[in-house]
Write a protein that binds this ligand. Sequence first.
Ligand SMILES: *[C@@H]1O[C@H](CO)[C@@H](O)[C@H](O)[C@H]1NC(C)=O
Ligand SMILES: *[C@@H]1O[C@H](CO)[C@@H](O)[C@H](O)[C@H]1NC(C)=O
Ligand SMILES: *[C@@H]1O[C@H](CO)[C@@H](O)[C@H](O)[C@H]1NC(C)=O
Ligand SMILES: *[C@@H]1O[C@H](CO)[C@@H](O)[C@H](O)[C@H]1NC(C)=O
Ligand SMILES: *[C@@H]1O[C@H](CO)[C@@H](O)[C@H](O)[C@H]1NC(C)=O
Ligand SMILES: *[C@@H]1O[C@H](CO)[C@@H](O)[C@H](O)[C@H]1NC(C)=O
Ligand SMILES: *[C@@H]1O[C@H](CO)[C@@H](O)[C@H](O)[C@H]1NC(C)=O
Ligand SMILES: *[C@@H]1O[C@H](CO)[C@@H](O)[C@H](O)[C@H]1NC(C)=O
Length: 383
Amino acid sequence: MAIWKLLINLGLLFITTAISVDKDSNNDTAINYRLPDHVVPIHYNIKLIPYIVKDNFTFDGESNINITIRHVTQNLHLHVLKLTINEAMTSLFSNNGIIYTPAMHNYDNITQILVLHFNDKLLPGNYTLKMRYVGILHNDFYNKEGFFVASYINDKGDDVWLAATHFEPTYARRAFPCWDEPALKATFDISIKHHRNYTVLSNMPIREKSEDNKNGMIWTHFDTTPIMSTYLVAFVVVDYVRVPTEDETINIWCRSELVPHTKFVREVVQKSKKLLTEYTNSTSKVPKMDLVALPRLAIGVNAMENWGLITFVETSLAYNESFNTISTKLNVARTTVREMAHQWFGNVVTPSWWSHLWLSEGLAIFFEDYILNQVGSISFICI
Ligand SMILES: *[C@@H]1O[C@H](CO)[C@@H](O)[C@H](O)[C@H]1NC(C)=O
Ligand SMILES: *[C@@H]1O[C@H](CO)[C@@H](O)[C@H](O)[C@H]1NC(C)=O
Ligand SMILES: *[C@@H]1O[C@H](CO)[C@@H](O)[C@H](O)[C@H]1NC(C)=O
Ligand SMILES: *[C@@H]1O[C@H](CO)[C@@H](O)[C@H](O)[C@H]1NC(C)=O
Ligand SMILES: *[C@@H]1O[C@H](CO)[C@@H](O)[C@H](O)[C@H]1NC(C)=O
Ligand SMILES: *[C@@H]1O[C@H](CO)[C@@H](O)[C@H](O)[C@H]1NC(C)=O
Ligand SMILES: *[C@@H]1O[C@H](CO)[C@@H](O)[C@H](O)[C@H]1NC(C)=O
Ligand SMILES: *[C@@H]1O[C@H](CO)[C@@H](O)[C@H](O)[C@H]1NC(C)=O
């Protein structure tokens, strides 16, 4: 993610801190935003059905989360934001077949933590938490956060809608209930139901598509991810065109009008992947790489390094030779190399908390210059 987005976030943090110090009725430092450490997630199995229907952008969700309870407890704490949980369907399955249902769901809208209270004492061990919910595909024109919709105008002059995600730092909780802290890494199985005229992409390659011939709907199931932070999970539902790099190892996805302007990004991404693989002597831990050009992302973000599925705003991916300036070209190169560097620096090793984010952003920015310098010597950055 770009550094000035971070500066905005830090700025907002200072402003809100300043406001709350003025009103001592709202003592912000007394609020504990962190999850307790008696439960850790191991694996998320998430099934989502987005309804990309104008005036009613919603989605249905179902999650089965494998968790380890480390100390005896009667409460499970996890993050949720703007999801309507079907409380009657929430249940916890112990490994030896006992089913617990929470006596109460308690939500704190300041910390965004949902607490499930159980009457029984839950002993240490492995459990599966099952939840069902309905969420909103957010349709804020400028700020694309969580699971959102966006649109572009096609060559016939029609609005075409798509859905995509942006989770850094704390918006995964808008798409599924989760332990939404960077250190609480887990593996993810993502499945999405969609109309057959859309393409669905996520961090991992497609494992299986199951036809559900009713109304032309399809389930796309993705392979299990490596162990990773929630903020790096991503999925998109688009009607885009696929443009592979020359060596066919990376795909660019964009609306058809942009295809002629992806030549430059394809060249940069292929070179930077080769150079980063050589430098680190390791291939990326995710087996494929897709770059997707979206009409918009969150305010101030020009790209996001989701593992295996980098999202860009169109203006940071497309370079129109007969129209754009050298500064646009340089921005495309910089953004691409930085997000590729993150696939190693940040995604494999992640800071345990946001106050140390400089570790991953700092290294990615260093390698942006270091690698770009070598990419540039191949000839095409001329300033
Ligand atoms: C806020 O709460 C913390 C912890 O309870 C306390 O140490 C601090 O003095 C309080 N600050 C104000 C301005 O009330
Ligand atoms: C909105 O979509 C949901 C999910 O398909 C559906 O249950 C609901 O009836 C729809 N509401 C309206 C007003 O169309
Ligand atoms: C998750 O739990 C289910 C049983 O509820 C089990 O079949 C599955 O193997 C577990 N997956 C992982 C990754 O632990
Ligand atoms: C939290 O809920 C209370 C009571 O419903 C409401 O007054 C308040 O505005 C909410 N705060 C946030 C941050 O949503
Ligand atoms: C719980 O799951 C973890 C991770 O899959 C595993 O290492 C551990 O052995 C399991 N514990 C029990 C008691 O089954
Ligand atoms: C896909 O098909 C649905 C149902 O026919 C239609 O409403 C929607 O506009 C189509 N979307 C695209 C991107 O073609
Ligand atoms: C690169 O990795 C390979 C395989 O893991 C290893 O055999 C080799 O020694 C490594 N090279 C360097 C320079 O670290
Ligand atoms: C690229 O630039 C040309 C010349 O200004 C313009 O006609 C064309 O619409 C641009 N293409 C896109 C996709 O913006």
